[in-house]
Design a protein around this ligand. Structure first.
Ligand code: CAO
Length: 440
């Protein structure tokens, strides 16, 4: 066993350079010629390579330290006595090193520790304006950018002299993903919004009038807004839809009876009110359905605000019934009817359309069997409901007529998996089949 001091080699015209990156730590196994640290002068950044294979015993520098030729940077414990082999300069020099001196080897008599230096590897130039081939970033940052496919020369560095950090690359990547900025390659392909930015072929341009009479009408304001939202949600969310049926025979009988009892109150209970309540129970049992993605984290909401799609003359609106967990069926019905009326009259306030944690889109009053609703981001799931029909259902002995409600649950596969979705639907079916389960 021998301990080798690795020092800063001749780095040319620079008195002192700053340590900008530590590429190894104590205990790391290192190969000969593996880069140990990155230093930066006002002209270039350079990797300082190791001379011997071994294990890092001690780091003699930290970030921000100023070092110069001869400064000891790392102690490496090697397996065999070393100090005699002259390491060859690294073959993968990105730019010719500022010095041509061969590697030097000297032995520190006092400590009996061989001191070994090898030429640095210049990795980037500090002034990209004079050399555009190498953006001003350390090797690990450039590797990171390469792996993400980020064009480094388009990233603005926030470090000294415009040096690009890993955070700068991440911020650039986030901005591109969020559509806040576009890479030069994206911009050169097509303007935003026509799909070509996604690498798709252009939208077909057809002269419809060539085939018959036409009338052109501009989209309404709400259609434009909801269209842009729906497109983003459809493109960005890896969505899957599970279809299921719920037996609502008894629940419908109860609803009809409740409406008879409350005839005079003026409040009409529809199936949607029961669905809201049943969904709250399912959301409480499966909290990931009541969450939102925030970067790499999931935000679980401790409130249950249910949005419901309303068909209005101006287009699709989604009023939000707040704190559905704290309200009974009659109150939910009354509030829903008020919100739906406001939606149709175009009188919903922004507050009445925000804060939803889950959405229900019911076409039950109109018809249909199943459909695939689009998730209302940043929610992670939406329930589509169609018209219930009386169907023959096998009860183990015979077919019996049951009122079956078709359910279509769309979920974000980044947050939810198929098994959880199937369980959610099954539980929802159980609750709708026997509403007493909500009390359990
Ligand atoms: N199965 C059978 N009948 C149903 C039903 C269902 N699943 N859901 C509602 N109905 C019945 C109601 O009982 C009512 O019948 P009666 O008049 O005989 O009592 C009738 O259909 C009309 O109900 P409704 O639609 O007025 O009431 P609702 O509470 O079910 O829905 C609202 C309210 C605002 C959601 C609804 O009016 C609406 O706008 N639906 C469209 C939503 C939509 O467009 N979704 C698609 C979004 S994607 O483009």
């Amino acid at each position: 066993m021998a301990t080798v001091e690795v020092t800063i080699p001749d780095i040319g015209d620079f008195d002192e350079v700053a340590v900008i990156e530590l590429l190894v730590k104590v205990g790391d196994k290192v190969r000969a010629e593996q880069s140990l640290i990155t230093v930066e002068s006002d002209k270039a950044s350079m990797e300082i390579p190791c001379s011997h294979a071994g294990v890092v015993k001690e780091m003699r520098v930290k970030l921000g330290d100023k070092v110069k030729q001869g400064s000891v940077i790392v102690l490496v414990e090697t397996a065999a006595a070393t100090g005699h082999a002259v390491p060859t300069p690294p073959a993968n020099l990105a730019v010719a090193p500022p010095v041509t001196a061969a590697a030097t080897v000297s032995v520190s008599e006092a400590k009996q520790i061989p001191v070994v230096t090898v030429p640095p590897v210049i990795t980037s130039v500090a002034k990209p304006s004079t050399d555009t081939s190498l953006p001003h970033a350390s090797p690990s940052v450039r590797k990171f950018a390469r792996e993400l496919g980020v064009p480094l020369h388009e990233v603005k560095g926030s470090g000294p002299k415009g040096r690009i950090s890993q955070e700068d690359v991440q911020a650039f990547n986030r901005a591109v993903m969020a559509g806040e900025t576009r890479t030069q390659a994206q911009s050169s392909k097509a303007p935003a919004g026509d799909g070509a930015g996604l690498g798709l072929i252009p939208w077909p341009k057809v002269d419809f009038a060539k085939f018959g009479p036409i009338e052109r009408k501009e989209l309404g304001r709400i259609q434009k807004i909801s269209g842009a939202n729906l497109l983003r949600n459809a493109v960005m969310i890896p969505a899957v839809t599970n279809h299921d049926d719920a037996d609502i025979t008894e629940l419908e009988a109860f609803r009809v009876a409740t409406n008879k009892e409350n005839e005079k109150s003026g409040v009409k209970v529809t199936m949607l009110a029961f669905l809201i309540k049943a969904c709250v129970s399912a959301l409480q049992k499966f909290p990931q359905f009541n969450s939102s993605l925030d970067g790499d984290a999931l935000v679980y909401k401790q409130y249950w605000h249910i949005g419901f799609a309303a068909d209005t003359p101006n287009g699709l609106m989604v009023p939000v019934l707040k704190d559905a967990d704290k309200k009974g069926i009659l109150q939910i019905s009354a509030e829903m009817s008020e919100l739906a009326k406001k939606a149709r009259e175009g009188k919903l306030s922004p507050a009445e359309m925000s804060g939803a944690t889950f959405t229900i889109s019911s076409l039950g009053g109109i018809g249909g069997r199943y459909f695939t609703p689009i998730i209302n981001a940043p929610e992670v799931a939406i329930l589509g409901v169609c018209r219930s029909t009386m169907e023959p259902v096998w009860n183990g002995k015979e077919f019996v007529p049951r009122l079956m409600l078709p359910l279509s649950l769309t979920w974000d596969h980044r947050v939810i998996d198929g098994a959880a979705a199937a369980r959610f639907n099954a539980y929802l079916g159980q609750v709708l089949g026997d509403f007493r389960r909500i009390l359990l």
